[in-house]
Write a protein that binds this ligand. Structure first.
Ligand code: DGL
Length: 266
């Protein structure tokens, strides 16, 4: 069991921020990564559509003998986590939201917490609900920032376009006077530095990829699922091949990768 791969999925390249952080913490693990580029962006899709896409991907990863599945997408975590768990009960399923909620309840000492994410994530209110359950009375202010994921997919990072879009969003009055910002989308660690630059060090920006990968590493250890001696292999799959995804995937995973198109809906 320990030698089997970990399945990771996202709507596109965002989940690679988590795959990369996991690769550094778990050097012997093999991964199968699935980017659902055919249905990107998930943040604009209905709850029902995200649930159905996500379950199909999780079943695909399970059919590839994955020992655990990481939903490396906040939108899919918000809409499909319980649905997937209802259908797949024999391997652990991890989502991208609980690690952050857990981190906040153990470490947050500030007064005003901000969250940015896709429409699907923010409209689900999942962060507020989960945070309020664990840390009563905490003030959470969330803002949907739908242009950020496509902007990152298109490679507009440290660019005048990203600067303009970020300025517009981060100046929104909902986020005024926050002391900490949760990046509630797995694409956003790629623009963390730009967001920090905008705040000039006055707001702590939480690196979701680090927090999520720490959490998953600990959970895998608890379940005795860490591979200690296997030879690692990485397999990257997309539902719709694009050259730009391959270029970005290489850039963000920092390793030579071969991308295979498998349309599991055909
Ligand atoms: N990476 C996904 C997330 O964490 C969102 C990108 C999309 O809208 O597809 O929510």
């Amino acid at each position: 069991m320990e030698n089997q791969p970990i399945g990771i999925f996202d709507s596109g390249i965002g989940g690679l921020t988590i795959a990369y952080a996991l690769k550094n913490k778990l050097p012997n693990e093999s991964f199968i990564y699935f980017g659902d580029t055919k249905h990107l962006p998930y943040g604009e899709k209905s709850h029902e559509a995200i649930k159905n896409y996500s379950l199909q991907i999780a079943l695909f990863l399970k059919s590839k003998k994955c020992k655990a599945i990481v939903i490396a997408c906040n939108s899919a975590s918000a809409s499909a986590y319980s649905f997937i768990k209802d259908h797949i009960k024999d391997i652990p399923i991890y989502n991208a939201i609980d690690p952050l909620v857990n981190f906040i309840s153990c470490n947050y000492k500030g007064k005003k917490l901000g969250i940015i994410g896709t429409k699907a994530t923010i409209n689900s209110n999942i962060y507020e609900d989960k945070i309020n359950k664990q840390s009563k009375g905490l003030k959470v202010f969330s803002l949907e920032t739908p242009l950020l994921a496509p902007m990152i997919e298109e490679g507009f990072i440290n660019h005048e376009i990203s600067a303009t879009i970020l300025k517009k969003y981060l100046n929104n009055k909902k986020l005024q006077n926050i002391d900490t910002l949760i990046l509630g989308c797995t694409h956003y660690p790629l623009i963390k530095k730009e967001i920090e630059k905008f705040y000039k060090g006055n707001v702590k920006v939480l690196d979701s990829a680090e927090i999520i990968s720490d959490f998953i590493t600990l959970e895998l250890q608890k379940s005795n699922l860490i591979n200690t001696n296997g030879e690692r292999k990485y397999h990257f799959v997309v539902s719709n091949y694009t050259r730009s995804f391959e270029k970005s995937a290489f850039y963000f995973f920092k390793e030579n990768i071969k991308l295979e198109e498998i349309d599991i809906w055909k």
